[in-house]
Ligand binder design. Structure first.
Ligand SMILES: [Zn+2]
Length: 310
């Protein structure tokens, strides 16, 4: 069977629909043809109008190439379909990260941790995870995303309350990103799991949580794992987990995330063969009614316990 190389672009948001060259309907009714080999549009005029009250404009690639006197193979050469070339990620210079690894007396999150666990344990964790201080907001923390090759993908800047250890969301709702302060407009952002650099040369079982804060705190209680964070409930993806191949991985979802991550676990086991994905019911089993109502996460739960009891 021949595999046609060009197809009408599938709908994927308003950016995938255009102004029709014929009827110019402002609702953007025009669908362009895509070259499956390159992932690019053929030409702004090559496509089909979708308007209900028929405009009838249809200019297929076959005709376009004929009109242009271009000899083009209309069928794909190879099976399976070649996917567009993956882009190479941009990196942040190491110096920029190193410069942030100080002024911990002005870092609310670190101040909170030192009060609970003492300076010695926390110094160890600062070094391990490369936790930085940011002057974007007074008291802010940077969680650097360093990949398995030791390259810095970005840094996530957030502000915590130094007493409660909770995020200050009311006045500083937004997360700020180090790659945005870097002044580069063509930065190709490809995030990795927070803590991915710890996988290099270390074959301990892996534990994944949602927040950077939880990964750092859980380290103190259960050092038998390498603790990584996705940075968000929906950030547990195949792309981010690609370097977990062949490892034993346990997901530790927050209370509101169990169902979602349990579905993800099944999907990831298919996508990354040879990797065993388990899910922990620690919170599901132990959370009180009140903790459920508060939507408590695994860090809240652990902080109520004595690390020595583990
Ligand atoms: Zn039209």
């Amino acid at each position: 069977m021949l595999n046609y190389r060009y197809q009408l672009e599938q709908y994927n948001g308003p950016a995938t629909r255009f102004l029709c060259p014929k009827c110019k309907d402002t609702r953007k009714t025009f669908v362009q043809y895509i070259d499956k080999e390159t992932g690019k549009h053929v030409n702004p005029l090559v496509g089909c109008c979708n308007r209900e009250s028929k405009c009838g404009y249809h200019y297929p690639p076959r005709e376009y190439f004929k009109d242009q006197n271009i000899e083009e193979n209309l069928f794909l050469h190879n099976y399976p379909i070649a996917s567009p070339e993956p882009k190479t990620p941009s990196f942040i210079p190491k110096d920029l990260m190193k410069k942030s690894l100080l002024n911990f007396d002005q870092n609310n999150f670190i101040k909170f941790l030192i009060k609970l666990f003492g300076i010695q344990i926390i110094n160890g964790l600062i070094e391990k995870y490369c936790i930085g201080t940011s002057n974007h907001w007074h008291g802010a923390t940077i969680f650097w995303q360093i990949d398995i090759e030791g390259k810095i993908r970005t840094g996530k800047i957030m502000l915590y309350n130094a007493v409660t250890g909770k995020r200050l969301k009311d006045t500083h709702n937004n997360i700020h990103w180090a790659h945005n302060t870097n002044g580069k407009t063509d930065f190709e952002l490809q995030q990795c799991l927070f803590g991915e650099h710890l996988l290099h040369g270390n074959f301990k079982p892996i534990a994944i949580v949602e927040s950077e804060k939880t990964a750092i705190i859980a380290n103190i209680y259960m050092p038998q794992f390498i603790w990584l964070a996705t940075g968000g409930l929906s950030n547990l993806t195949g792309e981010k987990c690609i370097n977990l191949k062949g490892r034993s991985v346990t997901l530790f979802p927050d209370l509101n995330g169990f169902e979602k991550w349990n579905l993800k676990r099944k999907e990831l086991s298919h996508k990354i063969p040879g990797t065993c994905f388990k899910i922990s019911k620690l919170l599901e089993k132990n959370a009180t009614e009140k903790e459920r109502e508060e939507g408590c996460d695994i860090a809240d739960y652990l902080l109520k316990l004595d690390p020595k009891s583990f």
